[in-house]
Design a binder for this molecule. Structure first.
Ligand SMILES: Cc1cc2nc3c(=O)[nH]c(=O)nc-3n(C[C@H](O)[C@H](O)[C@H](O)COP(=O)(O)OP(=O)(O)OC[C@H]3O[C@@H](n4cnc5c(N)ncnc54)[C@H](O)[C@@H]3O)c2cc1C
Length: 129
């Protein structure tokens, strides 16, 4: 379909669903965006896992990384986004991952005494309990 035809079909479909709105009478202009053909969107609107990839990799990509000191639980890098959630493909997944990252950051920050977090020369004046 051409972009003009897509806009027309969408407007007609809206009219079919809500005829009482007389939306075609008010129609002025439209914009069409085809994500599957959008190079900058990577040809997709969101993540598509291949079969079994989610089972295999999700727990790994949800895990925080870059512990400092090495071997500690004080992680510095956290992975957010719909693609690292159980409900990928939805805004819900992005929020779920964001909340999980906040929780992981909080847990990491609490894993060391404050002096180790900030270095011995800086005492923020409050402790992480
Ligand atoms: C057409 C379409 C319709 C959709 N409809 C729905 C719907 O009805 N309901 C629903 O729940 N979900 C819908 N979704 C999915 C939903 O929009 C996504 O799941 C959600 O926005 C993902 O959020 P995110 O934070 O993971 O990523 P994004 O919202 O993509 O945010 C990533 C951000 O990172 C920025 N960024 C990228 N690279 C860099 C970089 N190198 N440096 C700095 N910033 C960078 C980007 O500019 C972007 O702002 C739809 C998506 C599309 C495309």
């Amino acid at each position: 379909m051409t972009p003009e035809r897509r806009i027309r079909v969408a407007a007609e479909n809206l009219h079919t669903v809500f005829p009482e709105a007389n939306s075609l009478d008010y129609f002025e202009a439209g914009v069409s965006q085809a994500f599957p053909t959008d190079e900058l969107a990577g040809g997709s609107a969101f993540t598509y896992f291949a079969p079994k990839q989610k089972t295999q990799y999700l727990e790994i990509v949800r895990s925080p990384d870059w512990a400092y000191p090495v071997g500690s639980s004080n992680y510095r890098v956290f992975f957010a986004g719909e693609h690292v959630s159980y409900t990928h493909g939805w805004i819900h997944g992005a929020m779920e991952a964001g909340l999980r990252c906040a929780q992981q950051a909080h847990t990491s920050a609490n894993s060391l005494p404050s002096k180790q977090l900030y270095g011995s020369s800086f005492d923020p004046g409050f402790g992480f309990v």
